[in-house]
Design a protein around this ligand. Structure first.
Ligand SMILES: Cc1cc2nc3c(=O)[nH]c(=O)nc-3n(C[C@H](O)[C@H](O)[C@H](O)COP(=O)(O)OP(=O)(O)OC[C@H]3O[C@@H](n4cnc5c(N)ncnc54)[C@H](O)[C@@H]3O)c2cc1C
Length: 323
């Protein structure tokens, strides 16, 4: 049996940030993932400046493909707006590997199947024993399934179902486009051009709302791809869409139960306004490590609830309406 103080399950942004911070604090830990890196993750790869700030990293020093946006084109109902921003796009296959390199981490390849609690420590698959257990396994995290998912009946109201495709394409339209309140979608659609002639196009919405209104995410996906074709933004591409679900932040997210800590998608922490999950995953991972190092409880206040200042966005949109 391998013993450690903290066992982290999942080496995505949440697990990597937690392990990186524990390493900085010179604490003992083991980081596990069922996949070897680089591995892909269904995700548009939009990152906010807050992500680089949390990592204490100048975006200029990011060694892989990075696109900076100074403007988002917002399509709201039938009107188009320009939102001045400073935002970024990365590819997850590169970014998640970069995080491990940046923190100097080498995850152990292991798929977690069985978790036991002896009253003092956690035993995972009869192989690892730890005092703290960190659930960083994403939407279907085995730790969250075992310790919290059963007692949260409200999860489905916060579940976002999303479909996307990421592919090489000779980009002509290099603005990021977002479509809101279109075709009855309770969410939004996106077109994100990335560095190195990569495009990510996708669509996401609240699963429960769609179920109630009889809407279907696949129909919305067809609407988006037809629109991109019609507008000449993506022509002649054979689409290979992939779907995934994740949850936006609850009013009172469960982040800790005794010595079990939940971070990132395992805790359902994506921002309420935009469903941004990478930043909250990193922020919660770092805060979890600090909680372990100091013996204090992990507080939800250490993780952002929203991606944007709503007041600033509203001011910009209203101003254009007036003009
Ligand atoms: C279509 C789509 C688009 C999105 N777009 C954006 C975006 O543009 N910007 C943004 O900020 N967020 C976006 N998100 C959300 C974002 O992808 C997630 O919030 C983010 O990946 C959460 O990171 P995480 O580390 O918690 O989980 P993950 O990145 O899912 O990592 C979890 C890790 O746990 C491992 N794991 C799982 N089970 C086990 C097990 N049993 N044993 C061992 N290892 C295990 C997995 O292999 C994986 O590596 C999007 C999500 C979707 C679905």
């Amino acid at each position: 049996m391998t013993e450690t103080e903290t066992l982290i399950i999942g080496a995505g942004p949440a697990g990597a940030a937690c392990a990186g911070e524990l390493k900085k604090q010179q604490r003992d830990f083991i980081l596990l993932d069922k996949q070897s890196f680089p591995r892909n993750k269904v995700c548009a790869g939009w990152v906010t400046p807050a992500v680089f700030k949390a990592l204490s990293l100048d975006p200029k020093d990011y060694p892989y493909g990075l696109r900076e946006f100074h403007e988002f084109i917002i399509h709201l109902k039938k009107r188009d707006y320009s939102l001045k921003v400073k935002q970024y796009a990365i590819r997850r296959i590169e970014f998640d590997r970069f995080l491990l390199e940046y923190f100097g981490l080498e995850p152990v390849l292991h798929e977690v199947k069985k978790i036991e609690y002896s009253g003092e420590s956690f035993i995972v698959d009869g192989t690892f024993r730890a005092r703290y257990l960190v659930g960083a396994g994403g939407s279907y995290c085995p730790v969250a399934k075992y310790f919290i998912r059963e007692d949260t009946g409200t999860d489905r109201h916060r579940t976002v179902v999303a479909v996307e495709d990421e592919f090489s394409y000779p980009i002509e339209e290099d603005h990021c486009h977002l479509w809101f309140q279109q075709e009855g979608l309770p969410g939004y659609a996106w077109y994100v051009p990335k560095a190195g002639n990569i495009v990510n196009a996708g669509i996401g919405g609240y699963a429960e709302t769609m179920k109630k209104t009889g809407e279907n995410i696949n129909d919305k996906w067809k609407w988006l791809t037809a629109k991109l074709e019609r507008q000449g933004m993506v022509k002649g591409h054979v689409w290979h869409e992939m779907g995934y679900t994740y949850r936006v932040r609850a009013k009172h997210p469960v982040l800790q139960k005794g010595n079990v800590i939940f971070i990132g998608d395992a805790a359902g922490l994506a921002t309420r306004d935009m469903g941004e999950g990478i930043g909250p995953a990193i922020e919660s991972g770092m805060a979890a490590a600090q909680a372990i190092a100091t013996g204090k409880r992990l507080s939800a206040h250490s993780v952002r609830k929203n991606s944007f200042s709503h007041l600033k966005v509203l001011q910009q949109l209203l101003w254009q309406r007036i003009l």
